[in-house]
Design a protein around this ligand. Structure first.
Ligand SMILES: [Zn+2]
Length: 118
């Protein structure tokens, strides 16, 4: 109840949430340490204090993930000597055992992804 009046044994205090003036005996300390009026009082969430029993299913040894290893695989067209089909670290000079048109068709029909492999 806002307002100034005398109440024996109490003093004026401000609610930490709404900022209204109350007698200190009308305020309550909340779970988060704030001193609040009855309209702003709320209980702590009950599930905050639930304790879980250990199930024994934890991983016995925890290790860091190892660094990725990149594998370079050469394709038939990547290992050829044709400038627009050859790939870095795969191309070999004077390898023209398969004709250009066949390699282009083979590359177009391939499901081998371009770029580095993981
Ligand atoms: Zn309040």
């Amino acid at each position: 109840m806002p307002g100034t009046y005398f109440k024996k044994g109490s003093h004026n205090a401000i609610c930490d949430v709404c900022g209204h003036k109350f007698k200190f005996t009308e305020l309550t300390k909340r779970w988060d340490g704030l001193v609040v009026c009855k309209d702003d009082f709320e209980n702590d969430h009950p599930q905050k204090y639930i304790r879980v029993r250990e199930s024994g299913l934890a991983v016995p040894e925890i290790r860091n993930r190892p660094a990725d290893i990149f594998v370079n695989a050469c394709t038939a067209w990547g290992a050829s000597s044709y400038a627009d089909l050859a790939e870095a670290d795969c191309a070999r000079a004077d390898v023209t055992t398969i004709d250009y048109a066949t390699l282009v068709a083979l590359k177009a029909a391939s499901v081998v992804p371009d770029g580095p492999f993981n």
